[in-house]
Design a protein around this ligand. Sequence first.
Ligand code: GDP
Length: 177
Amino acid sequence: VENQQEKIDYVFKVVVIGDSAVGKTQILSRFTKNEFCFDSKSTIGVEFQTRSVTIKTKVIKAQIWDTAGQERYRAVTSAYYRGALGAMLVYDITKRQSFDHVARWVEELRAHADNSIVIMLVGNKADLLDHRAVPTEDALEFAEDQGLFFAETSALSGDNVDKAFFKLLEEIYGVLC
Ligand code: GDP
């Protein structure tokens, strides 16, 4: 349920992380603006966008941070993770390497973010089925092993993007409230 009112009960900071070019910026723009931009960016410097949603009668403003390309230089700093209640850890289902690096991103979160951070593993570009390089079962197994939530999304078609964010926000709400 959308809510345009100014009355906000909670602000949840969520960070989007993962290798370069997996679709982090597009997932964010799909969720906050329902847009997909074919040739986007590149602005350097951390940016966030917001969308307010209603969860169990409370208005939650999701403040979602994008690395804005800094992951390329491994320059994502602890300030980026500070105060984050949730993380979207994105890989590209067509790029095996981006999935192989997921463990490293989990370590990064464990080192810099709060212990109670809720993590959603996201296999993006699910529209490119013919180019799939990461079986769903591999990701599911990793997610279960590490205690992460899991979804496959397409920022291009919009499939599952809202669902993944809502699940994350609901879980954060469950931890906090
Ligand atoms: P980031 O570096 O992780 O922020 O990745 P971007 O959001 O800039 O996306 C990288 C490239 O992948 C761009 O060319 C996007 O158009 C493309 N892309 C992002 N999401 C999808 C998706 O769901 N499906 C397809 N086919 N392409 C996508």
